[in-house]
Design a protein around this ligand. Structure first.
Ligand code: PMP
Length: 401
């Protein structure tokens, strides 16, 4: 009798499970639109030339492989935070950000959850948008934080449910914790506009909310990283307290380098000193200190003005390709005579298209057309190319007739 006989089976993560099924499928026509990783128009992973150049520069420096600090590279932390808040932001100037390097965005969220579970004063429920990235639920539940939801997406109208959002957030208890995707909402692709963010920031201020920003896609909504940071900067200017998770996976294409940052704002330098000490204590217990290579790449790019410009151009190139393929996808669907409008495909922002297809239709997409995608109808627009868009449109048309 095995000592592990009572270990229950944990169902695979739906998106990574999809990846496994995709790799096992022998069909030559198979297409993976499940996972959110950018692909070129030739369906290849993309290492940005600016990242290659940064690595070249790093190689020439012949750096050693010593451990990083527990909180990672101090320079990387500050560069990351300032990339979100803008150069010369008041918070950095006053030293009110407790920022640590993390195992990318997911690691930042886990550490955030761990910290809030232990130290957030009062009610620890996290309010999430309905819908949200599935892993938010996994991460916050893992740390035993109670979850609740606010209305976010109007399914039938395929748009932001702004009225519902405001109503629900007005009705939650004061000083609650609320999570926002500041740009390129995953999975719906629908973000509040700037006026709506202003109203939300004032509501947050009025209700003394604590905001959890999960910024995994800065630059990926509009192609302009400053525009995409509007929400975070707006809340900062209103003086709303927040925690911020950042990821360099998408905008710099550093997926496997696991490069990100977590910030928790303090009200004073002394807050920051104590918050940092706690974050470091937790990091030391879990993985001791973060990997060095990704942080070095980010630092190299952000501190070399020419290289930074190149990178921003390459990032914009990725977004432009996704925006243009959204248009082609919609046009192709209409060309096939679809009776649906599909306007939401071009309105949505970022890496995903929340198609509105139901579970049965998604099942047919995979079984009949070998197109792998989220059960909730989400496709990664980054996997759609000028070569496969026609096939995808035909499949979508067939299953939604
Ligand atoms: N938040 C959201 C909303 C995401 O979509 C992702 C990536 N899929 C992440 C966080 C974290 O990604 P990573 O751990 O690669 O930074």
């Amino acid at each position: 009798n095995s000592r592990w006989a009572d270990v229950p089976f944990n169902p695979p993560d739906s998106i990574f499970g999809l990846l496994e099924a995709f790799h096992k499928d022998p069909s030559p026509n198979k297409i993976n639109l499940g996972i959110g990783a950018y692909r070129t128009d030739s369906s290849q992973p993309y290492v940005l030339p600016s990242v290659r150049k940064a690595e070249e520069k790093l190689r020439k420096k012949n750096l050693n492989k010593e451990y990083s600090f527990i909180a990672g590279s101090t320079e990387f932390c500050q560069l990351s935070f300032d990339f979100a808040l803008g150069e010369d932001n008041v918070i950095s100037k006053e030293g009110l950000n407790a920022t640590v390097q993390t195992i990318s965005g997911t690691g930042a969220l886990s550490l955030m959850a761990l910290f809030l579970k232990r130290f957030y004063p009062g009610e620890k429920t996290i309010y999430l948008p309905k819908h949200t990235w599935n892993n938010h639920i996994t991460v916050f539940s893992f740390f035993n934080l109670p979850l609740d939801y606010y209305r976010y997406y109007d399914e039938p109208a395929r748009k932001l449910d702004y009225q519902g959002l405001i109503e629900d957030l007005s009705n939650i208890p004061d000083a609650s914790m609320v999570l926002f995707h500041p740009c390129a909402h995953n999975p719906t692709g629908m973000d509040p506009d700037q006026d709506q963010w202003v109203a939300l920031s004032r509501l947050a201020k009025e209700k003394d909310l604590f905001v959890l920003f999960d910024m995994a896609y800065q630059g990926f909504a509009t192609g302009d990283a400053d525009v995409d940071a509007f929400a975070v900067r707006q809340f900062a200017s209103e003086g709303v307290p927040f925690a911020l998770s950042q990821s360099w996976s998408k905008n710099m294409g550093l997926y496997g380098e696991r490069t990100g940052a977590l910030t928790i704002l303090g009200d004073s330098k002394d807050d920051v000193r104590r918050i940092l000490s706690q974050l470091k204590g937790k990091i030391r217990a879990i993985y001791s200190n973060p990997p060095i290579h990704g942080a070095r790449i980010v630092t190299e790019i952000l501190t070399d003005p020419e290289l930074k410009q190149q990178w921003l151009g390459e990032m914009k190139g990725m977004i432009d390709r996704m925006i243009s393929v959204r248009k082609v996808l919609r046009e192709s669907l209409l060309k096939y005579g679809s009776v649906h409008d599909w306007g939401h495909i071009v309105k949505q922002k970022g890496m995903f298209c929340f198609t509105g297809m139901d579970a049965k239709q998604v099942e047919r997409m995979t079984r009949e057309f070998k197109i792998y995608m989220g059960k909730d109808g989400r496709i990664s627009i980054a996997g759609v190319t000028t070569k496969n868009v026609d096939y995808i449109a035909r499949a979508m048309h067939e299953v939604t007739k």
